[in-house]
Design a binder for this molecule. Structure first.
Ligand code: COA
Length: 254
């Protein structure tokens, strides 16, 4: 873990802060690699049940990939592992994740937010993909995820023009689930993950997988996966506890 990425644990919640406020939390390859490695570490750590990603300060969640870092990259680094690979590790992690966006979430910053399961933001936040103005494209999931989550027309508009998207618009589109004042956003994200962490942990993992599969399978295949995931849960102590707690009018203890 380098100084540009701070990892802390509060209760059952892992909190990752991109800590480069002077560069508007621009994401070097090392930063994104460190974030994905932290997800892997926490995946194996039974005490952490979900993750918040945020940026230091309130000017930016992350203003994109670090452009000076990108200047040193050529075809090989962009072809092999790199940003898209690490973002996929985050997106596919069994741990639920919430991006707490205060300020700019641009380029790789928008992609990092889209790699999380849920995004919350301050009303003044701005999302966007400036890449085509730099002679490149959003290459860490942006073209694929924005079109799947908000529609191809929305992706065309923002990727081809570079136009910024307001937090209000992102909220309307369902990209952002909640709006909070800057002073409250971090606590709101922690509360969301804490609330998820009190639900059935296997149910959360399988729900995440089933929902994710809807983006790249047929309806029939997705329904089959959902059916099998549900059937598997019916053989677990977690299901027994969840249903028994409801019937016994008590809080489940997962
Ligand atoms: N990579 C590297 N450094 C970045 C950066 C990035 N993506 N985004 C911002 N910074 C740095 C700036 O170079 C500046 O550093 P300096 O103080 O040493 O000059 C510092 O962060 C503050 O940014 P600045 O541009 O002065 O702030 P601003 O409020 O005038 O503008 C933005 C804010 C977000 C509009 C502007 O910084 C910007 O356009 N950033 C690049 C966004 C981008 O293209 N992202 C996609 C990259 S693939």
């Amino acid at each position: 873990m380098n100084d540009a990425v701070i990892a802390e644990v509060s209760g059952r919640v892992g909190i990752i802060t991109v800590n480069r406020p002077d560069a508007l939390n621009a994401l070097t390859f090392d930063v994104v690699r460190a974030i994905s490695q932290q997800f892997d570490t926490w995946r194996d750590d039974q005490s952490v049940h979900g993750v918040v990603i945020t940026g230091a300060g309130d000017r930016a969640f992350a203003a994109g990939a670090d452009i000076t870092d990108l200047q040193g990259k050529r075809v090989a680094e962009m072809t092999d592992t790199g940003m898209q690979h690490w973002m996929t590790v985050i997106r596919e992690s069994p741990l639920p994740s919430v991006a707490a966006v205060s300020g700019f979430a641009l380029g790789g910053g928008f992609e990092l937010a889209l790699a999380c399961d849920i995004r919350i933001a301050t009303p003044a936040s701005k999302f966007g993909f400036p890449e085509t103005g730099l002679g490149i494209i959003p290459g860490a999931g942006g073209t694929q995820l924005l079109s799947r989550y908000a529609g191809i027309s929305v992706a065309n508009y923002h990727v081809l023009t570079g136009a910024l998207m307001s937090a209000e618009r992102a909220h309307q589109l369902g990209l952002v689930s909640e709006l909070h004042d800057a002073a409250d956003i971090r606590d709101a994200a922690i509360a969301l993950v804490q609330a998820m962490s009190e639900r059935g942990p296997l149910a959360l993992r399988l729900a995440k997988r089933a929902i994710r599969s809807s983006a790249d399978t047929s309806l029939a295949a997705g329904l089959e996966l959902e059916l099998l995931a549900q059937a598997a849960l019916f053989g677990t102590a977690e299901r027994d506890e969840g249903l028994a707690a409801f019937v016994g009018k008590r809080t489940p203890n997962f």
